[in-house]
Design a protein around this ligand. Structure first.
Ligand SMILES: [Zn+2]
Length: 449
């Protein structure tokens, strides 16, 4: 089994700290923002020990610690991607179809290759390298139906020291023979993978029925049986992404009140459950998400690319019953692993629904909001003492156009807005994982790749 990196040496980063003290959908965005233009972050043992104004924090710097100078850049918590499929990386940008045909034509044939652990390891390595190039340090990741695809993914994540959530896809019907498990084999394989990986070296297991149409009621019940008795386990699946899919679920489960109710009856709607999309759901379901602590993953590039519909972000964040919500890239349905580009499309979808997505709200969703969606906000998503040192360094002057636009910025919020509208992987100056430099744009890339 792959070994985790040795404990990181003490380190310190100087730059413009941007993080959050609250949810900017429930309070004025400016009040939610923690903004320290000349800040210092001190790291030891993989965690942040101090974060604050440089002048006030420098006294805590252990003697001999090197300060990495990121002045001119922002120091943010690493991005949290709440919904993505690593095996679909090779088929990103597949032309022409909507969800159900897209799965048949492109996704299933691509996923068929992941029974080969060597191939799976190659793609897992490329995928994690791309995430780090995009400033993403944690993701909730679908593997394939093959247990080897999970071993490959967690093995690579362990090697890098990243905090990841992932699981074997459960799929015992309405899929090609070569990608089907059975309710019992899916249970047995998942049980073994949980024992092997869950809670070890920053890896977390998610029980992962792909979506209601590809699991029998028996498989959904066994998925819930896997979760029983362990509140630290995750569950991830898809919910109400596309209208044809919703109609199919109504046919397959005629006794259920709604698509969410299919999962609820099986016992899968709970804290640490993450539902991808949740576009076509009603008020009753929103309330159920709120009270259960389950989360929705908003995947704007995917929803636009596959023509699935417009997620009602501001409805989900309604102060009367806010639903835990994070951003997802949903590659390969999504068109980018960059959360900057994901925020860009989230802004446009909000505009289409008559709402303004404030840049502080967008960056909160990408960091602290995503961490809350996964119930991991006590460890990641915020730049503060005691948190894991998973950080991304954002460069507002990464391209000539961005440098030109940056001259017009008169507030931190405007700097954030230009980053989310014009930025991409070039805007990520560096990514730190567990207190260790994991990606450095200017020295040629990602370490350990
Ligand atoms: Zn998906």
């Amino acid at each position: 089994m792959t070994t985790a990196p040795a404990p990181s040496a003490p380190a310190a980063l100087r730059g413009h700290i941007v993080t959050f003290r609250g949810n900017p959908f429930l309070m004025p965005p400016q009040d939610a923002l923690v903004d320290e233009p000349d800040g210092l972050v001190i790291i030891a043992g993989g965690r942040i020990t101090h974060a604050g104004a440089y002048d006030a924090t420098i006294a805590h710097l252990p003697p001999g610690t090197t300060v990495t100078d990121y002045r001119g850049c922002l120091i943010s918590a690493g991005f949290v991607d709440t919904h993505v499929h690593y095996p679909q990386l090779p088929m990103i940008a597949a032309y022409g179809e909507q969800l159900l045909e897209w799965l048949e034509r492109y996704t299933f044939p691509t996923e068929s290759r992941f029974g080969d652990e060597a191939y799976a390891t190659t793609i897992a390595r490329k995928f994690l390298g791309e995430l780090l190039r995009c400033g993403t340090t944690t993701a909730a990741v679908y593997c394939t139906v093959h247990p080897q695809s999970v071993d490959a993914f967690f093995g690579e994540s362990t090697r890098l020291g990243t905090l990841m959530v992932a699981g074997k896809v459960l799929m015992d019907r309405n899929a090609p023979d070569y990608l089907r498990d059975t309710a019992q084999s899916g249970y047995d394989d998942s049980r073994r993978l949980i024992e092997r990986w869950h809670g070890r070296n920053r890896q977390h297991y998610a029980v992962t029925p792909r979506f209601a149409p590809t699991s029998t009621p028996e498989q959904l019940e066994l998925a819930a049986a896997l979760l029983k008795g362990d509140d630290t386990l995750f569950m991830q699946t898809h919910l109400a992404e596309n209208r044809a899919e919703v109609a199919w679920v109504t046919e397959l489960f005629p006794d259920s009140r709604s698509y969410l109710d299919v999962y609820d009856r099986a016992g899968l709607v709970r804290p640490r459950s993450v539902m991808g999309h949740g576009i076509h759901i009603d008020e009753h379901d929103m309330c159920r998400c709120h009270e259960s602590g389950c989360a929705l993953a908003h995947c704007p590039t995917s929803n636009l690319f596959l023509g699935s519909g417009a997620f009602r972000l501001f409805d989900a964040m309604d102060a009367r019953r806010p639903v835990r919500t994070g951003l997802g890239t949903d590659v390969g349905g999504g068109t980018s692993l960059s959360h900057l580009q994901t925020m860009n499309e989230a802004y446009k979808i909000a505009q289409m629904t008559g709402k303004r997505l404030h840049p502080v709200q967008a960056f909160w969703l990408a960091t602290q909001g995503g961490a809350q969606a996964l119930h991991l906000d006590d460890r990641i998503g915020t730049v503060a003492a005691g948190m894991d040192a998973d950080l991304c360094i954002l460069d507002p002057n990464a391209t000539p156009l961005q440098a030109l636009r940056a001259q017009m910025c008169d507030s931190t919020a405007d700097v954030l807005f230009t980053l989310m509208m014009l930025g991409d992987d070039r805007s990520i100056r560096a990514t730190w994982v567990g207190g260790r430099l994991a990606h450095d744009r200017d020295s040629g890339g990602t370490t350990g790749m």
